[in-house]
Write a protein that binds this ligand. Sequence first.
Ligand SMILES: Cc1cc2nc3c(=O)[nH]c(=O)nc-3n(C[C@H](O)[C@H](O)[C@H](O)COP(=O)(O)O)c2cc1C
Length: 392
Amino acid sequence: MKNFWQQLKRPFFILAPMADVTDMAFRQIVVSCGKPDVLFTEFVSCDGLCSEKGRPKLLPHLAFSDNERPVVAQFFGSKPENFFKCAQLAKELGFDGIDINMGCPAGKIVKQDSGAGLILNPELAKEIIRETKRGAGGLPVSVKTRIGYNKIITEEWISHLIEAGPAAIIIHGRTMKEMSKVPAHWDEIGKAAVLCRKAGIPIVGNGDVMSHAEGIEKASRYGLDGIMIGRGVFLNPWFFDPAVDPASKTPRDKIALMKKHIGLFTQLWGSDKNFDVMKRFIKVYINDFDGAKELRAALMTVRRAEDIDGILDPWYTGNMNKPKPKVSEEDVAKEFDRVQDESEQDQDKKPNPTGIDSEYTGDLDGDPADTTPEEEELEIDREEKREKTQPE
Ligand SMILES: Cc1cc2nc3c(=O)[nH]c(=O)nc-3n(C[C@H](O)[C@H](O)[C@H](O)COP(=O)(O)O)c2cc1C
């Protein structure tokens, strides 16, 4: 079995896992604009996948197509036995690699010793890596993590991970506590690189890289094998092909891309996924041209995929004589309120076989969604306990 990490050109570029963003539909868009060297799925709950009720709902999150290879399935959880089973599943599904999420800062995930919660429990983290490798049938198992929990402990934490022999380490240069509120600490990523190079483990840096050239520069400056790109792709879907100048793209090109994305989204999810998820992408496509602001406002009022062509087509066909739908600011404000209300109700009422309720979800800044004051208090209590357990 080949370990693809060893065979990639250096430096390589990876499309980051982003919940509710990097599903197969969006990955196909990115591949069509300029293929990343590696693609990751969104994170998927191991516990959910191991439950009878959860598995069918979660499997579409693991859909991929051959043109994405090498493609890596990312899992989160805290039960080594479920990682073992999910590794077997990833192998059966034909993935090229498996990644363990040890970086998600969302309160509900961290409190179950998953995501960044594992930074506080290195023994469990190592056991999870070993069990995943055991179930992976030779597929390479990587870890995506941060530089600490509530304080920076890069070298100590990376040394623990190295003991369990992952096939690669991807490090986001912030602690869990820093979320994405401070600039990534690239000097810390550099320290992790020194340890990984000594151990012969490929190391990938992640955090705030907004252009291809910047990625090349950082890989060289910090001695990295690769760079992972998350939000940079929202600014420029052609990110991974440095030969393409996004400024050369016409409104028609961008609208065509959006229409393609909506088609792929509907094909993948049918009516299972709230169309509001798709609205997060409006700004990715509808930007930097005359009338973009008005068009974005009009698109915000759409509720179903079927209705979107009616708004996009007059722009797409260039038939500007066709009346464009008029949207008042009031309509847009109402729609914002509705989306807000529904997402709050969803959090409370929807059965959630994924076990996620991810604060990653729906937040293109990477910041967790607001919590209630009660949750906040509970989190502060937990935080104090955790601070006591993390050595100074
Ligand atoms: C909307 C969103 C969803 C995310 N979902 C995941 C995820 O499922 N798994 C993961 O490891 N990281 C996730 N992240 C973190 C990103 O992979 C990445 O580490 C972070 O955005 C920093 O990189 P960037 O500055 O290039 O965006 C998410 C980030 C965002 C913004």
